[in-house]
Design a protein around this ligand. Structure first.
Ligand SMILES: [Cu+2]
Length: 155
């Protein structure tokens, strides 16, 4: 799979992630002590999950997480089109450590959405800091209506 990845597309995906860092939202909306969560966590115990994107669904459609534990969520766009992982409520309920792929890392505590080019990969490192149910969806065209949505539940 790695050999299929196009460096420019991946760089574009990283830049999109950087641009998606949300200056429009006041930082108070987000977890106030995110840095403390990140520092206190034992990242050696991190659980790795994958979320595949294709036309027109996320697989799996539902993700269950435990509050306070460190996770890596790998977004893999296996489709023909670009897709977004848009989850404003979720991003406000987690402590974000970083977003990375093989080309680099984005260290930004406040995110809103991640765009993954077709064939691209992005890894989100984070800790759920609030219990609840949070929707995620693709904001391109009418992809959400076609089925590109799902739910993350934090218990
Ligand atoms: Cu999509």
């Amino acid at each position: 799979m790695i050999s299929q990845l196009r460096p420019l597309a991946l760089l574009a995906a990283l830049l999109a992630a950087l641009l998606a860092a949300a200056p429009l939202h006041a930082s108070e909306d987000y977890i106030a002590n995110a840095a403390e969560f990140i520092k206190a966590a034992d990242w050696k115990t991190m659980e790795s999950l994958t979320l595949d994107m294709e036309e027109f669904r996320f697989i799996p459609g539902e993700i269950r997480l435990k509050e306070g534990l460190p996770y890596k969520l790998e977004l893999r766009n296996n489709g023909e089109k670009d897709h977004t992982f848009t989850a404003p409520e979720f991003f406000r309920a987690i402590a974000t450590r970083k977003v990375q792929n093989k080309d680099g890392e984005v260290k930004a505590p406040y995110l809103h959405a991640l765009l993954v080019r077709n064939g691209g990969r992005l890894e989100l490192f984070f800790i759920p800091a609030k219990k609840g149910s949070f929707p995620f969806y693709c904001t391109f065209e009418d992809f959400r209506q076609k089925g590109m949505e799902g739910k993350i539940t934090v218990e």
